[in-house]
Design a protein around this ligand. Sequence first.
Ligand SMILES: Cc1cc2nc3c(=O)[nH]c(=O)nc-3n(C[C@H](O)[C@H](O)[C@H](O)COP(=O)(O)O)c2cc1C
Length: 195
Amino acid sequence: MHVLTILDHPDPKSFSSAVAGQFCAGAESLGHTTELVDLHAEGFDPRWSMEDVEGDASGRVPPDIKAEQDRIARADAIGFVFPLFWWGMPAMTKGWVDRVWSWGWAYDQLEDPNKSLQKPRTGVLLVPAGARSDEMDEKGYTSALETAWIAGTFGYFGFASRELILLNGSKGSDARRKALLDRAYQAGATLKAPD
Ligand SMILES: Cc1cc2nc3c(=O)[nH]c(=O)nc-3n(C[C@H](O)[C@H](O)[C@H](O)COP(=O)(O)O)c2cc1C
């Protein structure tokens, strides 16, 4: 398979960057080809603009968006790596989803709001989070994210199998962080082909 990884972190030495590296290494251990999209290093512009509005209407997407869509077209699986910010996505990832998954390319909501125009792909979200998992479960954040992202956003895009892997305690001890990095490697090394 060809595995695309979308990384959202400005610091190449960050934990999130290490998570993306481990995920790619795991995928490569299975013989998959990988491509890393480092959104900050590449200077992706996450702002949804008039160009995007006009692109939705005309079907001519802006050139930076076309480049991202071409990358997706080559991929059988996509991994997303972004830190949990305010119980949601950081602005860069949010803007990438808003802009790249454009109307008429990702969806045709006039016919069926739940029907993707995309082929099925495998989707994995690797999300470092400062909070502990029991805190998140207890307060309902984990189930809220499962609903919004797995049932919602990533389901609408047509990911056949899709998994949210919360890397809780990402600011914890070295041992904790090592275990989370191993989890990211395993996620790459156990990737399944789309259904
Ligand atoms: C602006 C901001 C918002 C954050 N919001 C949350 C949050 O809502 N829940 C949480 O568990 N951690 C939150 N955190 C902690 C980050 O998830 C944590 O710092 C990150 O996973 C560490 O990864 P990094 O070392 O790659 O930055 C937040 C951090 C920042 C900077």
